[in-house]
Design a protein around this ligand. Sequence first.
Ligand code: GLN
Length: 451
Amino acid sequence: AHLDRIAAVDGAVHAFLHVEGERAIETAADLDRRRAAGEAFGPLAGVPIAIKDVLVTKGMPSTSGSRILEGWIPPYDATPVQRVRDAGLVPLGKTNMDEFAMGSSTEHSAYGPTHNPWDLERIPGGSGGGSAAAVAAFEAPIALGSDTGGSIRQPAHVTGTVGVKPTYGGVSRYGSIALASSLDQVGPVSRTVLDSALLHDIIGGYDPLDSTSIPEPWPSMAEAVRRADVSGLRIGVVKQLDSEGFQAGVRSRFHEALELLERNGAEIVEVSAPHFEYAVAAYYLIMPAEASSNLAKFDSVRFGLRVTPDGGGTVEQVMAATREAGFGPEVKRRIILGTYALSAGYYDAYYGSAQKVRTLVQRDFDAAFTTVDVLATPTAPTTAFKLGEKLDDPLAMYLNDVATIPANLAGVPGISLPVGLAPEDGLPVGIQFLAPAREDARLYNVGGALE
Ligand code: GLN
């Protein structure tokens, strides 16, 4: 049914870069045989899943939205992919994304943008717009995403879906094509909070293949949803992210959701996070710095594209021609920003200062969490904007991440879940909750209570 749905609507939505087709049917049939033979599987066995193209998948193309990886078939699975396969989920295919996860709209994909199923003229968010649109358009019931500065949560906000960025180290990054290694986290995308929790329970937990993976055991996220109870829960509204700069309908839905929680016994208090306003500036130095280092591996030798000028050339000429042809404009912009921020003479002024701001943002979280259990913010300042609207203005695009970036800088978990439509444009609005590191279950508790 999902393959039929993809065939019917994906020409207009363009959520997928690759569809498994018959292979998905075979995987499902094989699962049926194993079940009939008495093999036991978990609660999501047989459920189809869409996978963001940032995750490497054995035997399936994995481009990370870039021409430089066009045609590359990885020889192994990312750990989260391996875990969903082991749990019996059926991969449907790979979803569209901004090139190397750089963007908030999927317009930076080398393969053309994804369209928001609520209004095809509008962006589905980014970088994981493909996964969110696939779930919103009923092309897939559930999906995997990755979030470096909001790429799971902001697409969830603009498509009326649920998206979770786990605690840094909570889900393995092994096989996730790195954008910024100290910020990246893989996480679930779904239509309900419980579905995200069930997927989180499958993909989460220690992985010796990721040196930043947390070795301690985790509580069940699905249990947290099922036992949802917010009585006595202290929810802090971040003053700096509840301001005039946010669209009226985004704020009114946000406050209605908080009132609902209050009626169910939660206590709403205002908290201040004075350094959050510098988070975007710090992020757009740290992230390009790490990206410029991570992307150095695309050297025309090891993976994907190789362009040989006039059929020959030196190693450097081949490398330069390959990168010229293989990387899009946003990727080049960030490599230049990142190498500049890291260069001798500028390192302290840019990268060093940004790291200090990062610490101040972390301290804002620490201070807030001494008085409240979770923080609440609108997930993004506006509902889905029009395709093309911010494409020529990188700074306007970057500012869209104002509410999502602090969590990545601090490594804390965040969820975005739908709270209705903005009255002025009829487009979906999300609310974001943030919890202390390793307290992901709190997000599922409050999310479950709102659902
Ligand atoms: N929009 C942010 C950026 O462009 C977030 C990206 C992400 O989370 N992968 O960097």
